[in-house]
Design a protein around this ligand. Structure first.
Ligand code: UT7
Length: 309
């Protein structure tokens, strides 16, 4: 049986950091409001001219180095992004070129907003298990700062830029063991960018807590596991209160949850691989552990993935 296993992770945050106090000078908000309602303290913003593919490139180089492979071994690149460099070509093709890969492997983008990374990881897993790819670079990368409406304090304080990447490789021992994805376009106006980000925050909050608790149970059921079998929950980082509610429903203490929202803000498709890389590099995530990823985002899309690390 072929499985796919994550053999390396990497991430990148742009150098420019904006604190809540910096935002107080731009919009009518306060550090206390932002921290209390969302858990966010600071976020990173890309520099002028710094593109999604540039962030993706930095994160990918680190994942390739951690995996101990050559870039040319990558036969598929999937970039989850809702803020591509341009309408076309895809950010994945631009990234392939920037990485110097000339092996004729496939490359494409995946657009499922904050659900993008779990959608992309599931797609990569299916390519590997179907025998169509052996070594896949999966990236979540976003420059959301250019899509924010600075006249809307209810959204502009919540988002940040960044990128995270993983190398997924065919393996004869378990890696990704269960996945469930969902979408329901009837909720498409609850959170959208047309062209600037707008959101019905309260409605999104309620919806997120509801569907995340359902989808994590669905993947745990596939493996006959319960919440307490999870070593690390690595959730999409949108709001600390949504993360706490999901952990509580799983019966997990916050000691088993990787939280980066305070320093990253909501980086959409980049948030899970950024959090994953943080916990791999600081030694929290170790071989043999059960890792649960979950995300919900515009569309609406949502999903969860269970990994035997
Ligand atoms: O990644 C995709 C998923 N996205 C999310 O998960 C986001 C989900 N939603 C949320 O995280 C929360 O709903 C928010 C953080 C967006 C908002 O928190 P809330 O507790 O739902 O606050 P609210 O929208 O009910 O606003 C409460 C008050 C309002 O004032 P009134 O009407 O009570 O007088 C807002 O006008 O806070 C006001 N407010 C602000 N005040 C200071 C809204 N934004 C701000 C702000 N600074 N930035």
């Amino acid at each position: 049986m072929i499985y796919s296993k994550i053999i390396g992770t990497g991430s990148y945050l742009p150098a420019k950091v904006l604190s809540n106090h910096d935002l107080e000078k731009i919009v009518d908000t306060s550090h206390d409001w932002i921290v209390t309602r969302s858990g966010i303290v600071e976020r990173h913003f890309a520099a002028d001219g710094e593109l999604t593919s540039d962030l993706a490139l930095q994160a990918s180089r680190k994942a390739i180095e951690a995996a101990g492979i050559k870039a040319d071994e990558i036969d598929l690149i999937i970039v989850a992004t809702t803020s591509p460099d341009m309408a076309f070509p895809s950010t994945a093709c631009i990234l392939q070129d920037k990485l110097g890969i000339r092996n004729g492997g496939a490359a494409f983008d995946m657009q499922a907003v904050c659900g993008g990374f779990v959608y992309a990881l599931n797609t990569a897993d299916l390519y590997i298990r179907g025998g169509q790819a052996r070594t896949v670079l999966v990236v979540g990368a976003e420059v959301l700062s250019r899509m924010l409406d600075w006249n809307d304090r209810t959204t502009c304080v919540l988002f940040g830029d960044g990128a995270g990447a993983v190398i997924l490789r065919a393996s004869d021992t378990p890696g990704i063991v269960a996945t469930k994805l969902h979408a329901d376009g009837i909720h498409r106006n609850m959170l959208k960018a047309d062209p600037k980000v707008s959101m019905d925050g309260k409605a999104v909050f309620k919806f997120a807590v509801h569907v995340l608790s359902e989808v994590v149970e669905e993947v745990l059921d596939q493996q006959k596991l319960s919440g307490t079998d999870i070593d690390w929950l690595v959730p999409h980082q949108a709001n600390i209160r949504i993360i706490e509610a999901t952990a509580k429903k799983l019966g997990l203490g916050m000691d088993n949850v990787v939280v980066t929202v305070a320093n990253h803000g909501n980086t959409s498709a980049a948030s899970i691989p950024l959090a994953l890389d943080t916990a791999v590099r600081d030694g929290r995530i170790k071989a043999g552990q059960n890792i649960l990823l979950e995300a919900v985002g515009g569309g609406f899309t949502w999903g969860a993935i269970l990994i035997k690390w």
